[in-house]
Design a protein around this ligand. Structure first.
Ligand code: NAD
Length: 255
């Protein structure tokens, strides 16, 4: 129970990595708010998810790229649990499109969720943590593409590179308040965001050929690092990126 009685908010937590983090945090004793984007079956997924927790959890609707939604989300968590100790910026989207074909709309869509959304959650959560006066933990799920370029994914890479610099700045600005700020940079993890690649045997084999560990990662393997960064054991860790990529970054940058 490494997070016993802590209160956590995980964005985009009705699927994939966010879901695994929310479930693991709950298993470690935290009260978890599962944020979901209110489209399709996400609300039902989030509601079902929290019923599996052995501790109290809530599903909170909201689009991270909207300030009103984010402020309401954090207010709901504080109203329900009295505080916020851990914020995980996990919500994210990607789009494959050649740079020469990108529209303004494409650019703004990716940047507004992946980077502006993270800014909003970091700021709103940090304001609450500062008010509480007992420190806190902010964890951003970036990507190996916070550092490694990826042709066809310019806005995504820019958003994650921006998230790296946001994390490094906040590590300094929030240190006086004992708020640890770190990134987790996953490589290729088997989640819905990669469904097309996972469903195409050739694309899947190509992706695996780049991974020294010889397989896709599991969302639970990302969640394991998130637990460490959310726990008291990471008390002196701030301003770092933790790669969870089966060696992918070393492979693609070896020359
Ligand atoms: P996913 O598609 O299952 O999860 C993304 C979640 O974000 C979804 O639940 C989606 O509904 C939610 N979301 C999207 N826009 C939102 C918004 N505006 N407001 C609130 N929620 C929103 O895929 P995933 O792989 O679990 O992705 C989670 C994070 O991990 C993303 O930030 C992604 O960029 C990052 N990541 C994933 C991989 C991978 O290989 N799966 C690799 C590197 C980084």
């Amino acid at each position: 129970m490494r997070l016993k009685d802590k209160v956590a908010l995980v964005t985009g937590a009705s699927s994939g990595i966010g879901k695994a983090i929310a479930e693991r945090f709950a298993a470690e004793g935290a009260h978890v708010a599962v944020n979901y984007l209110p489209v399709g079956a996400q609300e039902a997924a989030a509601e079902t998810e929290v019923t599996t927790f052995g501790v109290t959890g809530i599903a909170v609707s909201g689009d991270v790229s909207r300030r009103d939604d984010v402020e309401q989300m954090v207010a709901t968590v504080v109203q329900r649990f009295g505080r916020l100790d851990i914020a995980v910026n996990n919500a994210g989207i990607e789009m494959k499109k050649p740079f020469l074909d990108l529209t303004d709309e494409d650019w703004h869509k990716i940047l507004s969720v992946n980077l502006y959304g993270a800014f909003l959650v970091c700021q709103t959560a940090a304001r609450q943590m500062v008010k509480q006066g007992q420190g806190g933990k902010i964890i951003n799920i970036s990507s190996v593409h916070e550092d490694v370029p990826f042709p066809g994914y310019a806005p995504y890479c820019v958003s994650k590179g921006g998230l790296r610099m946001l994390m490094r700045n906040l590590a300094l600005e929030l240190a006086p308040y004992q708020i640890n700020v770190n990134n987790i940079a996953p490589g290729a993890i088997a989640t819905p965001i990669n469904q097309q690649v996972l469903d195409d045997p050739q694309a899947r084999a190509n992706a695996i050929s780049e991974i020294p560990w010889g397989r896709f990662g599991k969302p639970e393997e990302v969640a394991a690092v998130a637990v460490f960064l959310a726990s008291d054991e990471s008390s002196y860790v701030t301003g770092s990126t933790y790669y969870v990529d089966g060696g992918l970054t070393q492979q693609v940058t070896k020359y």
